[in-house]
Design a protein around this ligand. Structure first.
Ligand SMILES: N[C@@H](CCC(=O)N[C@@H](CS)C(=O)NCC(=O)O)C(=O)O
Length: 205
């Protein structure tokens, strides 16, 4: 019998969403503890005891604690029954991992923090300059309708969570529309149960 699973973070967080999608795809029941990293004074000490760097999410199962989304989602995939969330083929699996790191290093940094966040704060959006390069390369690497392989994979969750924020910015949506493969991917994913269930608060308002 598995010990109870707990996820710590906020529903607005890209990385928390990636974990929520993985847990939902796997059919794992869990409890959510809201931790707001932007609260005055930062996250509370009992959260810093789980992740001293104060970033979200963190995951706990009994006395087993993890942070870093890559580690959390890989553990969820391997430790629980349910559909496999990485492609079975070695090359497709490598491609999925490549795309997840590209998401961390390019999408999150330049399209979320360089476009969505400044747009929200009515600031200039430096990430827009790099968007064509990132989107072009992502589309070149991605498979048809899925980032890698034929079935949903963790790479799909990573890319959707990040491109969703980018697509909420009018200039981002305009750029994304020029990449038909990625636009089709976003459309296809948007009707998935795990994606609807994990919507950002900003999508609902
Ligand atoms: N590498 C971490 C990144 C997590 C991350 O950056 N989370 C953001 C929210 S989406 C955060 O906590 N930012 C606050 C900070 O960097 O201090 C992971 O994969 O979990």
């Amino acid at each position: 019998m598995n010990k109870a699973v707990e996820l710590f973070g906020s529903d607005y967080s890209v990385y928390v969403r990636i974990c929520r999608v993985a847990l939902a795809e796997k059919g794992v029941e869990y409890t959510t503890h809201q931790v707001d990293i932007f609260a005055d004074g930062g996250p509370p000490q009992d959260y810093l005891d789980l992740n001293p760097f104060g970033r979200i999410p963190a995951f706990r199962q009994g006395d087993f604690v993890l942070y870093e989304t890559d580690a959390i989602t890989a553990y969820v995939n391997e430790a629980f029954q349910g559909p496999e969330l990485m492609p079975p083929d070695a090359q497709a699996r490598a491609r999925a991992r490549q795309i997840m790191r590209l998401a961390d290093n390019e999408l999150y940094r330049h399209l979320v923090w360089g476009v969505f966040v400044p747009w929200k704060d009515q600031q200039p959006m430096p990430g827009l300059e790099r968007a064509d390069l990132i989107l072009g390369e992502l589309q070149r690497l991605a498979g048809e309708n899925r980032m890698a392989g034929d079935q949903f994979s963790l790479a799909d969750g990573y890319v959707y969570a990040m491109l969703k924020y980018f697509s909420m910015v009018p200039e981002g949506a305009e750029k994304l529309a020029k990449f038909a493969g990625l636009a089709r991917f976003m459309e296809l994913m948007s009707s998935r149960e795990s994606i609807i269930f994990s919507q950002y608060p900003a999508e609902k308002s």
